[in-house]
Write a protein that binds this ligand. Structure first.
Ligand SMILES: *Cc1c(COP(=O)(O)O)cnc(C)c1O
Length: 374
């Protein structure tokens, strides 16, 4: 089936009890046992399983083309659940431009448990291969990356990871399964911050991990969800299923709008550099064309000067909201270095834009005024 159809139907059916077309929200924390003590209806306690959570997990599994998904209360909870499968003595190889929360976890927490992290330039194949020592159990990849919008060749990275006997985990938050299918390119697990495009309206905090194959890795993450109590709540799962019904259509609009805005910024004299894989001058353009359908809704750009000039430009905006996060209907813009903290790689002049679903001409008018009325 096509993405549009999966978005509306996958994981859900008309409610047999009532005929309701949309899935009811099951808030009950506990479920009745049979007279003989069994659980023939499949549910025991909401931390271990809930009908809405299951529907969401099945839906994203079908969209990604995996075997099973495990949903969490945030993207970081999903990332942590995957990372905690590492054992003392293991090594993880991570791209230099990785979401700062994941990077800070690996720098600030994991060394105390004997887990070593190598941060590499993933575009340097030799350095990447050298970093994948025999101790390497996991390679963590984010493409397009945050906030430098680097494009990594997933198929090439999978070959290097698998040669070293490591699992390839791919963050698909920026692209979504509509734009990019990491499993078809060799990934073993896909991680999402559901908070972003999947829920899509800046009103849900959630995360999910999808696995290519059943097996020990998946079991470990599923057990962690249940035992550590790290599970998505039913209302967030329900809102996400509502959001996913329009995911394919939203992503098409995000991609189209972002390309128009990137082209405008690229030609503007007050803009020093634009980072968007849909532009022919982006170093990852050819790889993006090969592995993505559309180029996503995220872009970054640099103004001339530094932090003061970037803040001054942001202060003049009237439509685009100054806020962190991404993937919603509102265009959101932010100075990245000042939110990421001490480990940031973002230049002080870099501004990240999550292109929303407003008409792109209105966003361009706002950006133009902010760039030109210094
Ligand atoms: C936002 C984000 C996260 C963290 O997700 P939360 O839902 O905020 O916990 C992880 N990775 C990427 C790429 C993100 O954009």
């Amino acid at each position: 089936m096509h993405d549009e159809t999966l978005g509306v139907h996958a994981g859900r059916a008309v409610d047999p009890a009532t005929g309701a077309i949309t899935l009811p929200i099951h808030l009950s924390t506990t479920f009745e046992r049979d007279a003989d003590g069994g659980y023939s209806r499949g549910f025991v306690y909401s931390r271990e399983g809930n009908p809405v959570r299951e529907a969401f997990e099945r839906c994203i599994t079908e969209l990604e083309g995996g075997s099973e998904s495990v949903a969490f209360p945030s993207g970081m909870a999903a990332a942590f659940a995957v990372l905690q499968t590492l054992r003392p003595g293991d090594r993880i190889v991570v791209g230099q431009d990785t979401y700062f929360g994941v990077r800070d976890l690996l720098i600030d927490y994991f060394p105390q448990w004997g887990i070593e992290t190598a941060f590499v330039d993933v575009n340097d194949a030799a350095a990447y291969r050298a970093a994948c020592t025999p101790q390497t159990r996991m390679v963590w990849l984010e493409t397009p990356s945050n906030p430098l919008i680097e494009i990594i060749d997933i198929e090439a990275a999978a070959a290097i990871a698998h040669e070293a006997g490591a699992l390839l985990v791919c963050e698909n938050t920026f692209a979504t399964p509509i734009v990019q299918r990491p499993f078809a390119l060799g990934a073993d697990a896909v991680v999402h911050s559901v908070t972003k495009y999947l829920s899509g309206h800046s009103d849900v905090l959630a995360g999910v991990v999808t696995f290519k194959e059943p097996g020990e890795f998946k079991r470990h993450v599923r057990d962690f969800q249940s035992i550590a109590g790290s599970t998505i709540d039913p209302f967030s799962a329900w809102l996400t299923l509502r959001g996913i019904q329009t995911l394919a259509i939203r992503m098409r609009a995000h991609c189209e709008n972002a390309l128009a805005i990137a082209r405008f910024l690229d030609g503007h004299p007050a803009v020093a550099r634009v980072y968007y894989p849909g532009l022919e001058n982006h170093p990852g353009h050819d790889v993006a064309k090969k592995q993505m359908r559309g180029f996503g809704g995220m872009l970054s750009f640099e103004v001339y000067g530094g932090r003061a000039e970037a803040f001054a430009m942001l202060a003049r905006l009237q439509l685009v909201a100054r806020a962190t996060s991404l993937g919603g209907t509102h265009s959101l813009i932010e100075h990245r270095a000042s939110i990421e903290g001490p480990h940031t790689r973002a230049p002080e002049s870099l501004i990240r834009l999550s292109v929303g679903l407003e008409h792109p001409d209105d966003v361009i008018t706002d950006l133009k005024r902010a760039l030109e009325t210094a």
